[in-house]
Design a protein around this ligand. Structure first.
Ligand code: MHO
Length: 251
């Protein structure tokens, strides 16, 4: 969204002053210049409908990477939810739970698909040792509520055991500190450097689909076919592109 506004803004500015330049430029708060031609192709997609879902399944770094690799997931963010403590932080979490929130394009992936991933990605019969790491399937509306409750009943039937995962109404979501967002990508050297030079504003970095995919792929999520399908849309240099394929043993 921000990108789009930024691009349109500069395109019209260029038109207004009568410039005829091949690449328009945008200036971040810190003065860094980003050519719009550098914005990863996957981040230029437009969506006519966006829905949101929220999950908690242990340490939020893992869930961020799992959902970030899913086709149709547009943005991911980790944060704190489920409790009553105001303005929680990682070291002052109060009664909140580490959670992952995703914006998704319902034509490509729906809530049922995301819920299936959620159940497959944690152990529903384990009792969480703390509120911080509780397993929670949040619902944002009555449709999600119905799907969430039905899925829990189905899992309970299939496992024939008590499921400790909670189904809970979504309240306020507090995004976590920047250093927790796309955690795997942040520790990845060249991939982080390249994305970070495109998105010097941490909110834009966090909200980038390219960053979500890279974070997911680097953590081992996503099929090889899917990685190959989108790798050219992630804004990587040729060198980083090759390195990613090598790391994932796809070349
Ligand atoms: N055991 C993990 C937890 C981090 S997660 C954000 C660690 O400290 O390495 O809770």
């Amino acid at each position: 969204m921000f990108n789009k506004i930024r691009i349109i803004g500069y395109v019209s500015l260029a038109a207004f002053v009568g410039l005829n330049i091949a690449g328009t430029a945008a200036y971040a708060d810190d003065g860094a210049v980003t050519l719009d031609s550098e914005i990863p192709r996957i981040d230029r997609h437009e969506y006519d409908e966006v829905k949101t879902a929220t999950f908690a399944l242990g340490c939020f770094w893992g869930g961020d990477a799992r959902f970030g690799a899913v086709p149709g997931v547009i943005r991911t963010r980790v944060g704190y939810a489920g409790g009553t403590t105001e303005d929680p932080t990682y070291y002052n979490l109060g009664d909140h739970t580490e959670s992952i929130q995703v914006d998704y394009y319902p034509e490509q992936v729906n809530f049922v698909d995301l819920v299936d991933i959620f159940w497959a990605y944690h152990n529903p019969t384990s009792r969480s040792h703390s509120t911080q790491y509780a397993n929670v399937l949040y619902y944002h509306d009555t449709e999600q509520k119905k799907i969430a409750e039905e899925s829990k009943r189905r899992i309970e039937g299939e496992l024939d055991k008590k499921v400790h995962t909670q189904v809970k109404e979504m309240g306020r979501f507090y995004p976590a500190e920047d250093y927790h967002q796309k955690y795997r990508l942040r520790g990845s050297g060249v991939f982080f450097d390249e994305l970070n030079s495109i998105y010097s504003d941490p909110d834009n970095f966090r909200d980038s689909t390219a960053a979500a995919r890279l974070n997911g792929f680097l953590a081992g999520n996503g099929s090889g076919d899917y990685v190959k399908e989108v790798i050219d849309e992630l804004g990587l240099s040729d060198q980083a592109r090759e390195e990613l394929l090598q790391r994932l043993k796809l070349s």
